[in-house]
Ligand binder design. Structure first.
Ligand code: HEC
Ligand code: HEC
Ligand code: HEC
Ligand code: HEC
Ligand code: HEC
Length: 441
């Protein structure tokens, strides 16, 4: 593992600097094939429906109560209204003169997009259904995933609800077995994001999974994110009170790392589930060697529980890092790395695990819409590990007696939070893994 950036060489060109048509024209010339593959060309017309074509989740509530209650606190429910999404989205809209409105909305408000309630970006034309983000009837009326990236899917809203079985009897709708719903590519349609003009990889959770050991073993996204929680694989019961008894009913919490979001929403059980996911993802091993030059600490961080790299998703907003604290006999800290400095920022001289972008001029940026390539990428692949050596100060009269190493997670960096117009917030650090060592002098 290393700290270096992985540059992708591509000729420089303005991304959003001119008007919409000029951008499209320039992009089409540079990467004509790519844009056709990733921007939804050809699908738009097929995916255009009347307002009200998709049903409200309220309709499903009466028969699928439990699934509804799980989903209604999930990040999918809040994909549009999310207070951390909105400021980023509106900033993108302003800075690109609206170019990103539909692109972002395709994932964060797929029903709004497909029923032509977007643009304008402020959601003023949204009906109640559209506001509810990624909801039941978007997912269960997908007929085909054309390509698992940038929502390249075909919708067929109507009486037929597609799912993993097809053998149930519902008085309200028809059911149809749909292989794609049992396939991670279904998730990949949204959990793989490619920048529509520069081609930079924004989110690669699906590709990561696909190339990793879990895909090989047939362990799907659904097996980790649609079960009761880490270590609990089965959820026996009925998906509807009118339905058959099943040995596993897919849960709809979709837990990830967003404990902070759920805590703010007052949803403590969902926050707890997110903490369990973070806790299940990683493990730390550490050992020290004391020689003439002082104490050396070797830390290994293992990705033991995530089916993709850690971190994954919007890693340019989130932050995972190593915190090291060394104590003397008296219990006083004599060395620290990865601690907060002024204003709750993490000391920049820290071992960070994340992926960030560079813009067209090669400068780092946390604005996904300016991404032209990768600036920094240090993440831990599934079932693999990362190693880091620390050289600790040595004082023969006041040696190191104990060490604490922690892997910490933030849903967003403090810089990202400060940049959004959402009032003052102090982003909490959540522990993913911890190791304590005692040192005999
Ligand atoms: C009148 C009750 C009722 C309503 C309302 C209802 N469903 Fe169902 N649904 C059922 C029953 C019963 C089953 C069969 C469950 C079983 O036997 O496992 C079912 C099964 C399903 C399945 C599983 C398909 C499969 O076999 O894989 C999906 C998906 C589904 N419903 C989606 C929806 C959605 C989306 C809505 C709201 C738009 C909805 N349902 C509204 C009763 C209902
Ligand atoms: C992000 C997409 C998504 C959303 C949103 C979603 N589902 Fe599902 N649902 C799925 C997938 C995928 C499966 C199949 C999981 C599997 O193969 O293990 C599923 C399974 C089901 C099943 C069958 C469960 C079983 O195991 O028998 C029902 C019923 C269902 N969903 C109803 C709903 C209802 C009702 C809502 C809204 C309250 C909803 N879903 C929201 C993706 C979604
Ligand atoms: C229509 C697009 C779409 C589909 C399909 C979809 N997702 Fe998502 N998913 C999203 C978006 C958008 C978010 C981010 C919501 C937010 O944070 O505002 C998200 C968030 C998540 C999270 C993060 C939760 C957290 O705590 O941060 C998980 C886990 C997740 N999805 C799993 C899945 C799985 C598993 C599937 C397939 C069964 C799936 N998703 C299908 C769009 C989608
Ligand atoms: C072996 C279990 C496993 C599989 C398979 C798996 N995940 Fe995860 N996933 C986890 C764990 C554990 C976490 C929590 C650690 C983290 O947030 O990085 C997580 C986190 C996430 C997050 C939240 C990331 C964040 O911090 O914002 C998303 C989104 C997600 N997974 C989507 C997916 C999708 C999509 C797939 C399939 C392509 C998938 N996962 C496959 C275990 C799994
Ligand atoms: C093809 C699907 C897709 C598109 C297009 C997309 N996103 Fe997302 N977005 C996601 C997924 C999936 C996640 C969740 C990943 C995770 O949990 O780490 C997400 C999460 C986010 C989050 C983090 C929210 C949180 O809960 O912390 C922000 C902010 C965001 N997106 C902004 C944008 C903006 C701005 C655009 C347009 C420039 C955009 N997204 C376009 C799929 C998409």
């Amino acid at each position: 593992m290393n700290n270096t950036a992985t540059p992708i060489d591509r000729p420089k060109r303005p991304l959003w600097k001119s008007g919409k048509t000029a951008i499209l024209a320039a992009a089409a010339v540079c990467i004509g094939v790519l844009i056709a593959a990733v921007s939804g060309a050809g699908l738009d017309e097929k995916n255009t429906f009347e307002e009200g074509a998709f049903e409200s989740p309220d309709r499903c509530l009466s028969c699928h109560q439990e699934i509804h209650s799980q989903w209604s606190g999930s990040m999918h429910r809040f994909a549009w209204e999310n207070a951390f999404y909105q400021p980023d989205y509106l900033q993108a809209s302003r800075e690109t003169e609206g170019f990103t409105d539909v692109f972002c909305g395709e994932c964060h408000a797929p029903i709004a997009r497909r029923t032509q309630q977007l643009p304008p970006p402020d959601g003023s034309r949204f009906d109640d259904i559209s506001k509810k983000g990624v909801s039941c009837d978007y997912c269960h009326t997908v007929r085909e995933v054309v390509e698992p990236v940038n929502v390249q899917t075909l919708s067929e809203p109507g009486r037929v609800k597609r799912g993993p079985r097809g053998d149930g009897n519902s008085p309200y709708h028809d059911v149809e077995f749909s292989e794609i719903h049992t396939d991670p590519a279904f998730c990949g349609a949204c959990h793989n994001v490619v920048h529509p003009t520069s081609g930079a990889t924004v989110i690669d959770t699906y590709d990561d999974w696909k190339q990793g050991p879990y895909a090989e073993q047939g362990i799907r996204c659904q097996d980790c994110h649609m079960t009761p929680g880490p270590g609990v694989e089965k959820n026996p019961g009925k998906s509807s009170f009118m339905g058959e008894e099943r040995d596993h009913v897919a849960t709809h919490f979709f837990p990830g790392g967003s404990a902070f979001f759920h805590d703010r929403a007052g949803n403590s059980d969902k926050a707890e589930l997110a903490r369990k996911m973070l806790d299940a993802a990683a493990e730390i091993e550490a050992e020290t060697k004391t020689g003439e030059d002082g104490t050396e600490l070797l830390v290994r961080v293992k990705n033991i529980g995530a089916g993709h790299k850690i971190p994954t998703g919007v890693t340019y907003i989130r932050k995972i890092w190593l915190e090291v604290t060394a104590y003397n006999e008296a219990g006083e800290a004599v060395y620290a790395s990865g601690h907060p400095v002024d204003g709750n920022h993490i000391d920049p001289d820290t071992v960070f695990y994340r992926k960030t972008f560079r813009d067209a001029d090669g400068n780092p940026t946390q604005k996904s819409w300016l991404a032209d390539g990768i600036y920094y990428d240090r993440r831990i692949a599934p079932m693999e590990h990362d190693e880091q050596r620390f050289v600790l100060p040595s004082d023969p009269d006041d040696g190191i007696a104990a060490l604490t190493v922690r892997l910490l997670y933030r849903s967003m960096s403090q810089e990202a939070a400060n940049g959004w117009d959402i009032g003052e917030i102090t982003v909490p650090s959540i522990e993913m893994a911890r190791k304590e060592l005692e040192i005999r002098q």
